[in-house]
Design a protein around this ligand. Structure first.
Ligand code: AHR
Length: 555
């Protein structure tokens, strides 16, 4: 039994790490646990070369839940260079832009089909007053950002700029309203301003500011981490706020009344400790008994990979020990989801309320010389593997986890893109997201396999991980990760109900676990084509050490 503490005192949580055991459908977890441990015992006696072969069985006839495209969502907070420089350079910038929004970033994000973006925070959201961010740019209030470096917030990126950005990349709005220091009236007026088609004073103001048609707001976050930076509320106090905001913060868009209704997401847990199980229990119990006057569709969960608080692991220049420790820590996501899903199941067995993991990713020490409040970090091959492992976990819980937002999209924490003035570089995590695009809205297909183990000093991890899914056209996709940084893995996939003819795809690896892409060398960690062998109906593919591979199977 391995006990880990992952987020310091106030954020602390403890888990039992289920190493060695990877399963495919949660219905057969118990069976798979036994199976996994039995094979682990056998594996110890098998010569190393044989132990690197992994047989998988993909039963294409067994369809699971839909892997909601929203699990590939992003989070963009007014924090460091996340918005300013990362997305917004202003219309007068020499950096190519469309109405102030960087063209290079837009092009990059379009290619990974970002489904939704959570904005404006984070902790920032509970101090954000939307009126500061509308109207002529030169008349906007200049405020402070006390959460993140105490810097000036120019408010030049506000509601219209965010909605324009979404429009440019084709994503949906996930707006987090201010519960901590705002009022229900302020939030209600923001939503009226955004969504009404009637000629109200707020709608006219929106038109004057350049948008006469109502905007679509797909998701509404009611507060952020209200148990801490969002106001240090007790579960009961938050619940009373939640009911008020859920009741009065309305979406008036005519196109969102019957279909495409705005989904409301309540603040949920930030770990697995009793204070957070109590939180989930309080909100879900109230949900079970809710009246017509309030409702929620999602419960948010935040879980960063950081091993200990404050974050002290380096984002570059690390070795195998830190690689193994971080990946071990990230796999705790599975237990955390199971724990809160079990509470949700008690009050919502039909799984109407989604678990929304709207902040996740690696949180490392700030880069030397950077403003510690800006959460600047590099992004390495380790992060691409970490992303793949988490996406696989979300996919296995697809019946409950229907949305997730990696933190954060540009220049902050585990970013997709890093920018510096006119330069932009795509991170290894970006490429993992790009390779997983075919899994968006695909149907989960169970994979049975015994993962084997990768051991580094006292750390033992499942050596490989895999998910499979069928897309709308019926094509089968496999995502295969080799966690072991030293040994390749020979994967042999047997497919029931599918006559494989060929299988091709891409693989992402690099010389070292801490390989990164830089402005000078942007192609160190980029996907390369890979093809599998087909013999006797089986698909065989060799996974390079420390790699993520996605292949499609043609029949
Ligand atoms: O992503 C950085 C911060 O982490 C967010 O603002 C907050 O919600 C969380 O604690």
């Amino acid at each position: 039994m391995i006990i880990l503490s992952t987020r310091g005192s106030s954020f602390g949580r403890h888990f039992v790490l289920p190493f060695m055991v990877l399963t495919h459908t949660r219905a057969c977890v118990t069976h798979a646990l036994l199976f996994g441990f039995i094979l682990m015992g056998i594996g110890a006696a098998v010569p190393l070369a044989d132990a690197q072969k992994v047989e998988m069985l993909v039963d294409v006839s067994k369809a699971g839940a839909k892997i909601d495209r929203n699990i590939f969502g992003q989070f963009a907070e007014h924090l460091g260079h996340g918005i300013y420089d990362g997305i917004w350079v202003g219309p007068d910038s020499t950096i190519p832009n469309t109405r102030g929004i960087r063209n290079d970033v837009v092009e990059a994000l379009k290619a990974i089909r970002v489904p939704n973006i959570r904005w404006p925070g984070g902790c920032f959201a509970d101090e954000y007053h939307w009126r500061n961010g509308i109207g002529p740019a030169d008349k906007r209030a200049v405020t402070l950002n006390p959460n993140w470096g105490g810097v000036i917030e120019p408010n030049t990126f506000g509601t219209h700029e965010f909605m324009d950005f979404l429009d440019q990349i084709g994503a949906e709005a996930y707006i987090s309203v201010n519960v901590g220091s705002g009022t229900p009236r302020e939030a209600a007026e923001w939503l009226e301003y955004l969504t009404t088609a009637q000629p109200t004073t707020l709608a006219k103001e929106r038109a004057t500011n350049g948008h006469s048609a109502p905007y679509k707001v797909a998701y509404l976050g009611i507060g952020n981490e209200s148990w801490d930076c969002g106001g240090n509320m007790t579960p009961d106090y938050y619940l009373s706020q939640l009911k008020i905001y859920s009741r009065f913060v309305r979406n008036f868009n005519p196109a969102q009344q019957d279909k495409q209704q705005m989904l409301k997401i309540a603040v949920g847990p930030g770990g697995g400790e009793p204070r957070w199980t109590e939180w989930t229990d309080t909100v879900m119990k109230a949900y079970q008994n809710h009246t017509w006057s309030w409702d929620i569709n999602g419960l948010s969960m935040h879980s960063y990979t950081l091993v200990k608080w404050p974050p002290s692991y380096a984002s570059l220049g690390f070795g195998e020990t830190e690689y193994a420790q971080i990946l071990k820590s990230t796999l705790e996501m599975d237990d955390l989801i199971s724990k809160h899903s079990a509470i949700m199941d008690k009050y919502d067995p039909q799984k109407k309320v989604a678990l929304v993991v709207d902040e996740w990713g690696a949180w490392y020490a700030p880069l030397p010389g950077s403003n510690p409040g800006f959460l600047d970090q590099q992004n390495s091959l380790r992060d691409a593997i970490l992303a793949a492992l988490n996406i696989n976990i979300f996919a296995r819980h697809a019946d409950r986890v229907r949305m997730a937002n990696i933190a954060q999209m540009a220049n902050v924490l585990q970013a997709m893109v890093l920018t510096d003035k006119a330069n932009m570089v795509l991170t290894p995590t970006y490429y993992a997201f790009k390779m997983y695009v075919p899994f968006q809205d695909s149907i989960f297909v169970p994979v049975t396999f015994e993962a084997g183990s990768y051991t580094h000093s006292e750390i033992k991890l499942p050596r490989v991980d895999a998910i499979a899914a069928k897309n709308k056209e019926g094509k089968l996709w496999l995502a295969l990760t080799n966690v072991d940084p030293n040994q390749a893995a020979e994967i042999e996939v047997s497919l029931t109900d599918l006559n494989a003819k060929s299988a091709v795809g891409e693989t992402l690896t690099a010389p070292k676990v801490d390989s990164v892409n830089t402005f000078e060398a942007p192609n160190t960690v980029v996907p390369k084509p890979i093809s599998a062998n087909i013999a006797g109906g089986k698909v065989s593919v060799k996974l390079e050490p420390k790699s993520v591979t996605v292949i499609s199977v043609e029949q």
